[in-house]
Design a protein around this ligand. Sequence first.
Ligand code: ADP
Ligand code: MG
Length: 686
Amino acid sequence: MASIIAQELTGLRGVGPKLAARLQAYGIERVEDLLFHFPLRYQDRTRVTPIGGLVEGSEAVVEGEVRGADVTFGRRRSLLVVLQDGTGTLTLRFFHFSNAQKQSLRPGVRLRCFGQVRAGPRGAELVHPEYRAVGPAPAPVEDRLTPIYPTTEGLGQQQWRKLCSQAVALLERCPPADLLADIDDDGFTLADAIAYLHAPPAGAALDALQAGRHPAQLRLAREELLAHHLSLRHLRARERARRAPPMAADSAGLRTFIARLPFAPTGAQERVMAEIAADLAGEAPMLRLVQGDVGSGKTLVAAAAARQAIAAGYQAAIMAPTELLAEQHRVNFEGWFAGEPLTIAWLSGRVKGAARREALAAISDGSADLVIGTHALFQDAVAFARLGLLIVDEQHRFGVHQRLSLKDKAAHWHPHQLVMTATPIPRTLSMVAYADLDCSVIDELPPGRKPVNTVLVDSARRDTVIERVAGACAEGRQAYWVCTLVEESDVLQAQAAEATFEELAEGLPGLRVGLVHGKLPAAKKAEVMAAFKAGACDLLVATTVIEVGVDVPRASLMVIENPERLGLAQLHQLRGRVGRGSTESHCVLLYQSPLSANGRQRLQALRESNDGFFIARKDLELRGPGEVLGTRQTGLMDFRVARLPEHEDLLDAVQTQAETLSQRHPERVAPLIERWTGTRQVFAGV
Ligand code: ADP
Ligand code: MG
C-alpha cells in the first residue's frame, strides 16, 4: 500500500492549498517527499544539564534561579541575567530586550533555558537563549531529540515538525517496500530508519547523528549510494545496448604516425591507447573516461583514437571547454596530422558568417574528417555526416547531461565516446559519478618533468613578488601572472586582467608584457600566445583562460593572485602550465589575508604536493563532491543522507549489493532508483 505514502500533502492536518503550494515550490510534492526531508541536525532538550557541567560549544537545557538582572553599557547595551542552580552560575546575555522583559526577570524567578554555551568574560554564557519561567516542581523535558530541518523563508521549524511527524505516523501504518530486504539486513529497515531520524529517542547517540555515522543514517546512506550507482549502471547498460560503428585498429598507420612525433609515447600512454583501440573495434559504443594528471599527455591519446576512427572511414569530433584549449588542440593536431591525408574543420562560437557556413557544410557533407571546437558543437545546426567518435576534453567542466545530449549527433548509430579529465577523480567519487564509464588512467608523466616549487606569499608583499618576476625574466625565463575573480563574468575578469597588465607593464619597463583574456578576439589571443610561445614576450598577464591546455615549456614562474578564490583542482591545473621545461619551476600563490582556516589548508595542500590525485582527494574533503565535479548547480551530487567522502567506507558494500540486487531482484532496481533520484537526473533529457 505505497499509495498512502504517495498521498497528496493536502491530506495532512494544517495543509491548505497555500502551504501545499509553498512546499511544492520547495520541491516537496507528496507525503513521501516529507519522509525523505531529513533533519540537518538535532538539539538535545531531553535532559537538564547542571550549570557546573556545561560544555562550551554544546547546546543545553539549564534550569536555575535568577540572582540578578542588570543592564550594562559596554560595547553594546546588554541585559545580563545571572542564573544559579547550586552547581554554578551562568550569565544569560540579551542585546535586544524590553523593559517589561527586564522587570519579569526578578531575583528568585525560576527559569528553564535552552541555548548554545559559550565562554563569556565572567564564565559560561547563553546568548539570547529561549527561556520560560517554571514553578518549583520539576517541569517535564522532551522525550525525543529535537530535529532541525533544512528550510526556506516562510516555513518555520514548528511547521516542519508537525508535517514530518504526521508523515512518519502514516509511514508506520503502511511502511514502504523495503527494497533491500535480505540484501542489507544490518539493523534498521528502511521505515525504521526514516522514523528514527525524524525523532530520535532521548539517549540517542547525538555525536554519531551529527557526524552522519548513526546506524540509521548508514542504512539509508547505503541505500542512497546504491541507488545512484545503479542509476548510472542502468544508463550504461542502455548505452551499451546500442550499436556503434566498429572501427578496425590500423596498427601500421598508427606506427607511422607515432614514428613522426617528436617524442616516444610513455608506457601509460601506450597502454591507454591500446585500451581505446580495442573498444573502438567493438560494436557497442565505447564509454571510456581517461584520467590523467595535468601534462600527462592526454591529447596524444585522443589523437590516436581520432586517427583510428578516420582511418575506418568515420568522422571524429573533439570538444573542449574553452576557445583557447580548443585552439591549442587545433595547433597540436594540425602539426601531428600534417603527414596524413585528412581534413580538419574548426568550429567555435566565434566562428561566424561564411567561415561558419563553410565549416557546417564540411561537417554535414562529410568532407571534414576531424572536427575540433568548443561548446558550439552542441548546437542544433551542427549535423555530422558520419560521426563515429566523440571526444570530450576536460570532462568535469561539462555535466553528465551535456555528455548525453551530444551522442544524438550521429544519425544511424551511437558514436563511441571518449571523455578526458585532468582532474583525477577520487575513486570514491567516480563510483557514484562515473559508474557509467570504463576508466583508463595515464599514471605516468613524460620524462623530465620537474615538480613545481610552490610558495604562499601574503599580498602585502606584492612588491617583492614583482621584483622576483623582474629578476627571473632578466635571467631569460618567462612568467605567467594569473588574475582571478570569483565572478564568472568574462567582462569583469578581463577588466581585472587589464588593470594588472597596465600596472605591471608600467612597473616593469624593461620587460615585454603581454595580455590574454576571454574577451579578446580569437585572432588576437592566438597572436599573443604565439608570441609568448616564441619567447617574444617575457611576462604574460592572463585570466584563468590559460587554465587548460596551454603549453609553453620555457615558462618557469607563475604568480597566481587571490588563489584562495579558486578550487584546488583549478589551481593545480593552472600550476601545471609551468614545470614543463628543463629549469626548476616556481609557483607563487599571492593570497589576500586573512585566510580562512579552510583556505589555508587548501593552499597548503598545493604547497605539499604536485600529485593531482592527492590534491583531488583534499579538494573533496575540503569542499565536497558538488564543487569538485562542478555539478553543484545540476544537483547531481545532492544527496539526502549520504555524504562524501565521509561515507566512502560504504562504497565497497554498495558495489557488491548492486551486483546481488541486479541478479536476485532485478524488479527492485527501477523503484529503488526512482525512490532516491526521482526524475531529477538520469532519466531527464535522455
Ligand atoms: P594533458 O594531459 O595535460 O592534456 P598534453 O596532452 O597537453 O597534456 O601534453 C602536455 C605536453 O607534453 C605537450 O606539449 C605534449 O606534446 C607533450 N607530450 C605528450 N606526450 C609526451 C611524451 N610521451 N613525451 C614527451 N612529451 C610528451
Ligand atoms: Mg589537455
